[in-house]
Design a protein around this ligand. Sequence first.
Ligand SMILES: Cc1ncc(C[n+]2csc(CCOP(=O)(O)OP(=O)(O)O)c2C)c(N)n1
Ligand SMILES: CC(=O)[C@@H](O)[C@H](O)COP(=O)(O)O
Ligand SMILES: [Mg+2]
Length: 635
Amino acid sequence: MKKGNSKLEQINTPDDLKKFSEKDLEQICAELRDFIIDAVSCNPGHFGASLGVVELTVALHYVYNTPYDKIIWDVGHQAYGHKILTARKNNFHTNRKYKGLSGFPNITESEYDAFGVGHSSTSISAALGMSIAAKANNEDDKHVVAVIGDGSMTAGLAFEGLNNLSSSKSNMLIILNDNNMAIDPNTGGLSDYLVDISTSQTYNKIRKEVIRGLEKLKITGPDSRHKIVAINNSIKSLLTKQTNIFEGLNIRYFGPVDGHDINHLVKVLQDLKNIPGPKVLHCKTKKGKGFKLAEENQTAWHATGAKFDKNTGEKLDHTSNKPKPPKYQEVFGHTIVELAEKNKKIMGITPAMPSGCSLNIMMEKMPDRAFDVGIAEQHAVTFSAGLAIEGMVPYCNIYSSFMQRAYDQVIHDVAIQNLNVVFCLDRGGLVGADGATHHGVYDLAFFRPVPNLIVSSPRNEEELRNLMYTAQLPNMGPFAIRYPRGTGTTTQWKTPFKKIEVGKGEKLKDGDDLAFITIGPLANKALQACHKLDDEGISTGLYDLRFAKPIDEKLLHEVFKKYKKIITVEDGTIIGGIGSAVIEFMVENGYSAQVKKLGVPDRFVDHGTQTELQHECGFDKQGMIETAKSMFQQP
Ligand SMILES: Cc1ncc(C[n+]2csc(CCOP(=O)(O)OP(=O)(O)O)c2C)c(N)n1
Ligand SMILES: CC(=O)[C@@H](O)[C@H](O)COP(=O)(O)O
Ligand SMILES: [Mg+2]
């Protein structure tokens, strides 16, 4: 778009947008789409979802009086257009960067971000709360809109919201953004059902049969036309009620509408503003709309890991061509297949993250033994419990931060019954650009108090394999293996399986003055810190716990007998993690030492690269060295 002709250039807030006439909206949508493509091509982030809701975004801000009216974007990975139209266009280039804009709506960032999101399926419940609060605050003119995708609609939480909404007097609107995709193809009956109500096959089929029946009874004809229309209407309302899940719940259903027809969307939303009671607008959209490659390969373009050429789509990944270590998720994906080939009881479960956690490798090779259960973390855990109680060995892979959803199921359905469910917690630790909602930093602290549960974290890829192998050996019970986002350290990871003794840590280096106690891959950075400190005259030891539970008491006795200065290091909260465990051990066993805990402090950590965030929290190599030195400077 040439300078001067651009309308988007003149828009900084929704009020600016409203100054344009409806006939300008198509051009504004095209410019907004280009802006998103341009921005994400230079600064990687979520992509397809935002492209798919460009028209919806423009229509919503055109029709509603934001920020007074509330729009709640479920998950929030589709809200780039919303951010650009709400006073953040000029710093959108900082999206997901350290100290820059958040990749998700965030109430501290903008008054237009009505509710903080990142985890899915919260929008209906939050919108209902906000709409009831509006009534209580005498803001009867306030509109509340939840925008939720078909994938997010599969979660139990969304249905809990719907159930509550159905018996309320709220006027809120749910926009069901149906692109028939989650990150991977959406799974389960709901997505089929949405296709079904879109084409209204059931309604049309029954209607035709009824009309044929009436014709046979010879009550059709010109003079009985009005009767037929009346019968037709009552059949329609009956059938819609019976065949439409929302109508069946007393939530009026409108649609499906073409979510890319901006002018029609504006009209529909204007009409819906005047319709009281809870309602759903079913909007059909295409994920990746307007960028051919993203339309064709929606999973790969859900989020762009690297910069790309916006004309060709070619990824501009300038890292060297040397063989790279695999990502931890890939080690999981290949190893589970190897183990499942040997142990026929092994099954794989993921709640909607098959390509994210690499269970897709098993799903392809063993479709009857690997399941994507939709965005349904709670169900994933209890489903795994059901498999385990009948003798299967389920590997339930859930991103650490999404596991927060299923805590009760871990305790109630798995741990109390001591079932051999293997929890593979991918994305343990600070994850980087997704920020506070996605950091997997609570798992060590929330799993440690659960009886029966083994809590482990491998130092490298080889150990991940061996822990996965160990977890399926007889009489193991619930077994959690937590590993980080990203790559490990070696290309030589595919070694023969070896059992790791449960609860056994490892001394990695001997020293005299100070000991580091770590868990997970941070041991590798701690080792570098040790060498540097040794060079500078502080003789350091290094101990990798490997298990947060059961903790290696023998190893800890050895440490506390030898050292009076100890630093614990973990990529997790310093409250409740291994630092806390070590101090508990010290107190319970009557030792005294100066112990410093490094890890995620007692506050929420925003987004940035993993390196930047570890540095900010003070548990990178430099933080370890500085903390160690400071312990020798203090009286
Ligand atoms: C509780 C939870 N589980 C998993 C995810 C990971 N996740 C993010 S977006 C997404 C798919 C969402 O699909 P949909 O709602 O249809 O949105 P679309 O991307 O199709 O616009 C998933 C599984 C999440 N954010 N929150
Ligand atoms: C929005 C969301 O929750 C996911 O798209 C998440 O950002 C994926 O993270 P990974 O890139 O670590 O798979
Ligand atoms: Mg979708």
